[in-house]
Write a protein that binds this ligand. Sequence first.
Ligand SMILES: C[S@@+](CC[C@H](N)C(=O)[O-])C[C@H]1O[C@@H](n2cnc3c(N)ncnc32)[C@H](O)[C@@H]1O
Length: 242
Amino acid sequence: MSQQIDKRETARTEARYDRIAPIYDLMEVLPERQFRSWREKLWAQVPKGRVLEVGVGTGKNFPYHLPDLNVVGIDISERMLDQARQRAEELGHPVELHQMDAQQLDFPDDVFDAAVATFVFCSVPDAVQGLRELGRVVKPGGKIFLLEHVRINEPEILGKVMDLLDPLVLRLMGPHINRRTEENVRRAGLEVARVESLAAMDLVKLIVAKPARASHGRQLNNNRYEGDGREEAIFEEGCMDA
Ligand SMILES: C[S@@+](CC[C@H](N)C(=O)[O-])C[C@H]1O[C@@H](n2cnc3c(N)ncnc32)[C@H](O)[C@@H]1O
């Protein structure tokens, strides 16, 4: 099933993050103090094996990758990836990085034991399509971990304020502030295994999901993968370093 991608909005997202990449870490200094414990909590639950980190950004999760994980990171923004590469080098952390769109992953079906995204599905233009792609590339029985800020539903007035401010925040900073990510996970056909509210008014949630099917006749991607030589046989069918 090939899905229509909004190329214009996707290009805008890429350009926004390319633009803020050099100052992204600076912009996040204060909130990051809180994010650290949430990142630690999430990564402590990720099962060992081959893990896809989507929207890896400047690599803020790298310090929390446990040693028995083999992580492949992707991001749409080459400038964010530049920062991530620098961080990986500074930390001496081996992580394979590719520029790629979460809405159309260049990986075959069922190749990852888990997938992780932190503060990403607020920015992916078609979040449902991106989540569907995670369900496709994660093996049946694997897990998908999402740490996301979401729309406040109670009190509804705050949700409405978020709806009003959303276009401005999107333009200035990159993310949507009114995403209904838990609903999007279900709409993507994933099974919600667990949801933990981490902040007041459910502003931030840790969502653990699973691919909801044993097999759904997904298409294999025939692009050729040119990786770093550490790939297992499962990658022989191909994915591409864009
Ligand atoms: C708010 S940042 C979060 C970065 C990082 N995960 C973190 O926790 O600090 C969102 C990231 O998602 C990436 N992103 C947005 N849309 C994407 C897409 N369609 N495919 C892949 N990455 C995307 C952006 O380039 C950016 O690096």
